[in-house]
Design a protein around this ligand. Sequence first.
Ligand SMILES: *Cc1c(COP(=O)(O)O)cnc(C)c1O
Length: 413
Amino acid sequence: MTNPAGSATDLHPIRTKPLPGVGDAAGRRLGAEEIAALTRVISSGQLNSTVGNETRTFEAAFADYYDIPYAVTATSGTAAIHLAVAAVDPEPGDEIITTGLSDAGTVLPILAQNAIPVFADVDPRTGNLDPDAVQAKITDRTRAIIAVHLFGIPAPVAELRAIADRHGIVLIEDCAQAYLTRTAEGALAGTVGQLGCFSLQQSKHITAGDGGIVISADEALARRARLFADKGWPRDTGERTHLFLGLNYRMTELQAAVAGAQLGKLAGVVADRRRQAIRLTETVDALPGLSAAPVDGNSYWQFPIYLDPEQAGGDAAEYAAVLRQLGIGTNPGYLDRPLYRTPALADAITYGSSGYPLTAVDHRPDYSVGSCPQTEELINHRLLVVMWNENYTDADVDDLALALRTASDLLAR
Ligand SMILES: *Cc1c(COP(=O)(O)O)cnc(C)c1O
């Protein structure tokens, strides 16, 4: 393909200094509060949540923040999803409907719990699950839906909850990318489904390195999640017994103390991400063939751009190549392949050579190329992810805007 911007000599970088990123101090709000919290825990000599009270205090603070009765912590966002799936307690071979456009942490716990991930296609305007596609995948084996609020964009969880209620199944919201995201109805993402899951991994809005949280208004589900994270051990009864198969997914006091300090900064992080994202949205929406994500309720984990390659004069990879020459790194497609094409799923690389649970069911779902066309179009051509950060200055966002205009001028002719 002949690309007018293809040769490096044509273009001079707009940006030579790296943008603040989540991988180091420049793009994280970690400071005196977190250090004080860690000093407090270490001085106490109590690093484990079964002896200290930092973790229980953080859970109470998080539940309060979300105005919901229960919060249960875990070691990671993936662990939080595993707690939620285990709380639902599917029979082996039961189906859970989800998206192929997410972190693998959304899907791997389904397999770990011996249930079958079934993939529904996404809305091409956002990358979030399409409720009609979900409805079409429901069978008498479906036990739950896991919706992801991708990049912080509110997923249509009111519609998905209505579908779940109609079929007597559970809606789990994966909010790893969506702290303080608001749904179209004004609810906080994570409070519409029976279970909401969050991550404290390095790249999320707030971090403790790793960590996870499950919220729920349902006492029985919350209790099952808590027991699952602690070997099925009902410590509140004083017995050393194990009520069902559980693991150790307990958050440490060190993580909880840092997470508590981070929670105090969350509203500011989201407000700053939103303010700058709204500025860039105006630029992007004015360029031919490019559109930004909806602003309403969006907490902007990342800043996705959706391309119409014909009008834009190039697909996401071509835009990314030009932007790289201009000194701006982006992530075309977000994933290399949809989750159903990753070996754990496509080739059933699970337990030994058994392929369980995928090989143990009569109706193994379709994980073939082409099974979710909108998901694949986004990954292969239409989705360009601009990394986002709460510490972007006006000048940083002006550089991004100029780079995108320059790329559009070169490609869209
Ligand atoms: C990060 C992420 C996870 C997994 O969280 P970890 O803390 O990395 O295990 C799950 N789902 C989504 C949508 C994520 O972005």
